[in-house]
Design a protein around this ligand. Structure first.
Ligand SMILES: Nc1nc2c(ncn2[C@@H]2O[C@H](COP(=O)(O)OP(=O)(O)OP(=O)(O)O)[C@@H](O)[C@H]2O)c(=O)[nH]1
Ligand SMILES: [Mg+2]
Length: 394
């Protein structure tokens, strides 16, 4: 049977439209993703540029850094790790990396914290991994236990909501406790009463580059409060009321806001608008706190003490999954001079799945400029461009 010309044309048009429709579905991602990929592709990662040591006088290894040296050149500082006995192998691996690249030259003590006593096996093996002093500390239960004002039923219901929103570890009470302890309690441990600076180290992390100066004295002499390597976005569903609570706190305490703050970085809504919207005004950008080199005087200040107590009473360490990373970062971004926050671009570092890998002959074992390992979408989690935009490279 012959088909008339208009009907054939209509049929062809329908087939073409259908093909176009299928093409659109298969070949286009969500519009905001495409825009974001474009932003990322036009930004140059500073890790691709040659990286040397920071400028200014630096303190090098000498006999005054030998273990137990009389008249030591070391200052009041420690390598600090909260860790479980079961994580011994991962801890030894992280220790080996940090001792090889840095601490065998400076011999700063290690201080390990745990909510249960360390086993003899853990102590023996970690002691053997360094020439420096090692301390093992038990966390007081009043620093670790869920506070009395947390409503257990509300906590249970909230966990379910977090799980529905795919928030990792939401149902692990110890994870909430760990985040709270790292946010506002570790520096109150009596064992740290005479210690000012710390370098936080987690099991299984990697260090790739030789660092040939005393980083703690660098912090002290350059008037730095906080040092980071990686700067990331957070999952908004883990912290929906963190920024609203912060806004309330700021209204009560405008005197704590530093005139030279980094609020632009904290509230940016241009780069990932949906993150800022879902986190109710917070960009979710934060220093990835599994690496921190910092001065505890900041955590011990009245401003931070009041801020932590406000957050702790609000309950979000349990009803939501507030991490120590966004809590530390918001406090630093509001109450500290942004120029006292330092990007340790020369310290090659990895905590799965993110890296800081500089372009330097001192580095081995990481790919220069690689930010993430695994899925390509992980690269979108990089918030360093915003830090550089609002603050610069201190
Ligand atoms: N002693 C002790 N240490 C803990 C506990 N929970 C977490 N930690 C430590 O706290 C640090 C952070 O915990 P992780 O489980 O690594 O949390 P995370 O880095 O967000 O998660 P991952 O991506 O799985 O590494 C690590 O050094 C852990 O060893 C705990 O219940 N007891
Ligand atoms: Mg970890």
């Amino acid at each position: 049977m012959a088909i008339s010309r208009p009907v054939r044309t209509l049929g062809l048009a329908a087939v073409l439209l259908w093909c176009f429709f299928i093409y659109q579905i298969w070949h286009s991602g969500p519009p905001n993703t495409a825009a974001l990929d474009k932003i990322i592709s036009t930004e140059r990662d500073p890790n691709l540029d040659p990286t040397g040591e920071p400028e200014g006088p630096l303190h090098r290894a000498s006999e005054r850094y030998a273990p137990g040296a009389a008249g030591t050149a070391r200052i009041n500082a420690t390598l600090l790790s909260l860790v479980r006995n079961e994580e011994l192998d991962g801890m030894l691996q992280a220790m080996r990396d940090l001792e090889r690249t840095w601490n065998h030259k400076f011999n700063y003590p290690w201080t390990f914290f745990n909510d249960v006593p360390f086993t003899e096996e853990f102590k023996k093996a970690t002691r053997a991994a360094t020439k420096a002093d090692v301390h093992y500390e038990l966390i007081p239960t009043e620093h670790w236990d869920m506070p009395a004002w947390i409503d257990k039923n509300l906590y249970k219901e909230s966990v379910q909501l977090l799980l529905d929103n795919k928030i990792q570890y939401a149902d692990k009470l110890s994870y909430h406790q760990m985040c709270r302890w790292n946010s506002g309690l570790f520096y109150k441990h009596p064992a740290l009463a005479n210690t000012q600076y710390y370098w936080r180290v987690e099991p299984k992390v990697h260090f790739f580059c030789d660092v040939d100066y005393d980083v703690f004295r660098f912090m002290q002499e350059n008037n730095k409060t906080y040092g980071f390597t990686i700067n990331l976005y957070d999952a908004p569903a883990s912290i929906p009321t963190l920024w609203p609570e912060t806004v309330k706190f700021m209204a009560d305490h405008p005197e704590y806001i530093h005139e030279n703050n980094a609020i632009g970085w904290l509230t940016d809504s241009l780069r990932r608008p949906e993150h800022t919207r879902e986190a109710n005004g917070y960009s979710t950008c934060h220093f990835w706190s599994n690496f921190e080199i910092a001065d505890m005087s900041f955590w011990r200040s009245q401003a931070y003490e009041d801020y932590f107590n406000h957050l702790d009473r609000a309950g979000g360490f349990f009803y939501e999954r507030w991490g120590d990373a966004p809590v530390h970062s918001i406090a630093l971004g509001l109450f500290e001079d942004k120029h006292r926050i330092h990007w340790f671009r020369d310290i090659g570092y990895q905590h799965i799945p993110f890296f800081n890998c500089p372009n330097s002959p001192k580095c081995k074992g990481c790919v220069t400029g690689r930010f993430a390992e695994g899925e390509s979408w992980l690269n979108r989690e990089d918030c360093r461009p915003n830090w550089f935009k609002y603050v610069g490279m201190n």
